[in-house]
Design a protein around this ligand. Structure first.
Ligand code: ATP
Ligand code: MG
Length: 447
């Protein structure tokens, strides 16, 4: 009898960890994302192990190996071997959460079944061992087949135990392109308020992963109200009409289409999501029904800042999103391109053009037809940056020393003069040429 092809090929350090634990008499299985992904025909990158051994027993079994103990309170040791970080976690049975933030206590167990049944979704509750094969106590294989996200056990109770699971369901829908089981979805909506009590960092992590996931747009189209549980400020965007000849879609659909046109980058995905978030607040309608959203850019930027702060996102990400949202409607053209790059810096400047491109495509066809102009502008911006064109004070062909040599007194006037000269270079009135700039500086000094 020929042996069936194994579900997955284990990297040597993973096989080593299983072998060591098993030899010492402890059960150990691959579990969670790697088993799910392997069943879907994907090659896992992260391998998580769940085991009967307690952390102390693991330490004995893996003596001499490099182990990280950051997660030890939750029963997790990380084995660092062969360039991999392998998380090995003791079987747990933590169902009692006092609030959604912290498990009351971590209760270890010797039973794999108890461990997998405390996990969030059936498709994440699969375990596998090269000798015993797949173990499916929660019905995960059926749900994988039917492409369903379903809570393990009683959905309401599971969402109450840890409200973050509400967002995790959305994340897996966005990642895998699965539907959420109707019973699980109604439990999510019923218990979603509990998300207010979940730490900002955990919420931000799930949201970020959701926005970067391959099926994010579809998940947000089908389950917008799950997102609004975490970002209630965005709820008024749903079904907000945009009755202007520039728009073909309502506000939420326009937002999704803008996101769909952005690349996989957090600042771009977040700014696409938030760029028009101030529209519901600023909407007015002419007697003929035409919509206006005067000043929505500033309102959207303020909302973005509030949301990114609340989620405790990294400062650089928050600032980039704020800037992109604030300026998303500014007219950038060949005449002022250098000024914008100077103002925002190369990275954010290029992203603003990418956001504008995506936003333009998501308008009515007559507007979208103009998107190629932004593409050309983007190429021009890239060429300016790559060719080392003068965009910043540091690029100017003269510096403060030159002005002092010419007789300028030390003091603020030097900086003011250099800024003025840079301005002239950016607008094309002067060339970034040493002789030309020195002559201009001399003329300014004598003026
Ligand atoms: P990914 O490949 O996207 O990382 P994953 O399934 O590995 O997916 P993780 O967030 O890394 O997802 O979690 C690992 C496993 O731990 C999950 O598959 C699940 O079994 C379990 N798990 C994680 N978070 C929770 C939670 N909040 N409640 C219950 N089980 C959880
Ligand atoms: Mg994982």
């Amino acid at each position: 009898m020929s042996e069936a092809k194994p579900l997955m090929t284990l990297p040597a350090p993973v096989a080593f960890a299983l072998e060591r634990l098993n030899t010492a008499g402890f059960e150990a299985y691959l579990v969670g994302g790697c088993v799910r992904d392997a069943c879907l025909g994907k090659t896992p990158t992260d391998f998580d192990i769940t085991t009967q051994a307690t952390p102390d027993e693991m330490k004995q079994v893996l003596e001499g190996e490099k182990l990280l103990e950051a997660g030890i309170k939750h029963g997790t040791l990380t084995l660092v071997k062969g360039g991999r970080h392998i998380e090995i976690t003791t079987y747990r049975q933590d169902s009692a959460y006092s609030d959604s933030r912290h498990p009351d206590k971590v209760a270890f167990t010797r039973s794999l079944k108890e461990d997998v049944l405390r996990r969030d979704f059936t498709i994440n509750a699969l375990a596998w061992h090269p000798k015993t094969g797949l173990i499916d106590y929660a019905g995960g294989m059926d749900d994988l087949e039917n492409r369903l996200i379903r809570a393990v056990g009683d959905a309401g109770a599971r969402m109450r135990e840890d409200s973050l699971r509400v967002l995790r369901a959305l994340r897996f829908a966005a990642k895998l392109g699965f539907e959420i089981d109707p019973g699980t979805l109604s439990a999510m909506m019923a218990e979603g308020e509990g998300l207010q009590g979940v730490s900002a960092e955990r919420v931000a992590e799930e949201m970020n992963q959701t926005l970067l996931a391959p099926s994010a747009i579809n998940a947000l189209r089908v389950y917008p109200r799950v997102l609004f549980l975490a970002l209630p400020e965005l709820a008024p965007m749903l079904h907000t009409p945009q009755r202007t000849r520039f728009h073909a879609w309502d506000l939420w659909e326009h937002t999704l289409r803008t996101m769909a046109e952005t690349e996989n980058d957090l600042a771009l995905r977040w700014s696409a999501l938030l760029h028009d978030s101030g529209k519901p607040q600023t909407a007015t309608h002419d007697p003929d029904g035409t919509s206006h959203f005067k000043g929505h850019q500033a309102v959207s930027a303020a909302l973005s800042e509030k949301i990114m702060r609340r989620l405790k996102q990294p400062r650089a990400l928050g600032e980039a999103v704020y800037t992109l949202v604030k300026y998303h409607d500014e007219r950038i053209g060949p005449d002022n391109l250098k000024r914008w790059l100077n103002r925002l810096g190369p990275e954010t400047g290029l992203k603003l053009l990418k956001l504008q491109y995506a936003d333009t495509i998501a308008h009515a066809p007559r507007v979208a037809a103009e998107a190629h102009k932004i593409t050309r502008l983007y190429e021009e911006a890239q060429a300016l940056i790559n060719s080392g064109s003068c965009l910043f004070l540091r690029d100017l062909a003269i510096n403060g020393r030159d002005l002092m040599d010419m007789g300028y007194p030390e003091g603020p006037r030097i900086g003011q003069t250099l800024s003025h000269l840079l301005d002239q270079v950016l607008s094309g009135n002067l060339k970034n040429d040493r002789a030309e700039l020195l002559a201009a500086a001399k003329a300014l000094m004598q003026a």
